[in-house]
Design a protein around this ligand. Structure first.
Ligand SMILES: [Zn+2]
Length: 137
């Protein structure tokens, strides 16, 4: 078992565990964006969000909610982000699904650099049709 998160969950290697429920564990990220940056990890090994069975998402999101409340309270935050990188092209580096929760501060200079596109009337309709069709499959 070489997955670092599986080894943390099995208590083979140490981590600062913040919270645990039937399906998920929350730990402090050891390389935080800001102090208090936490990771919520399913107890079972799934490589990314799409591999997590629907019935396990409830426990994950309850853990995110509880830990986010606690981080906001601990640091008296005005805001925070939670996010997940799925696939190496999206920045995933540990291939055991996890959700990041990180404090945010004014002028902390963390940002996506975005160039927003515009839809024309046809493209927005065909885009939605393509995704709706995939949901029906
Ligand atoms: Zn794992």
């Amino acid at each position: 078992m070489s997955c670092i998160f599986c080894r943390i969950i099995a208590r083979e290697i140490p981590a600062e565990i913040l919270y645990e429920n039937e399906g998920a564990v929350a730990i402090l990220d050891v390389n935080p964006i800001h102090y208090g940056h936490a990771l919520v990890i399913p107890k079972k090994h799934y490589k990314d969000f799409l591999e997590v069975p629907e019935e396990e998402l409830g426990g994950m999101m309850r853990a995110v909610h509880i830990v986010a409340h606690a981080i906001v309270k601990s640091y008296a935050l005005e805001g925070f982000n939670f996010f997940s990188n799925n696939g190496s092209i999206a920045g995933q580096s540990i291939f055991h699904f996890h959700i990041h929760i990180t404090p945010r501060y004014a002028n902390d200079n963390i940002r996506f650099v975005l160039q927003l596109k515009k839809y024309d009337d046809t493209t927005i309709r065909t885009t939605a049709e393509k995704i709706r069709a995939a949901i029906q499959e």
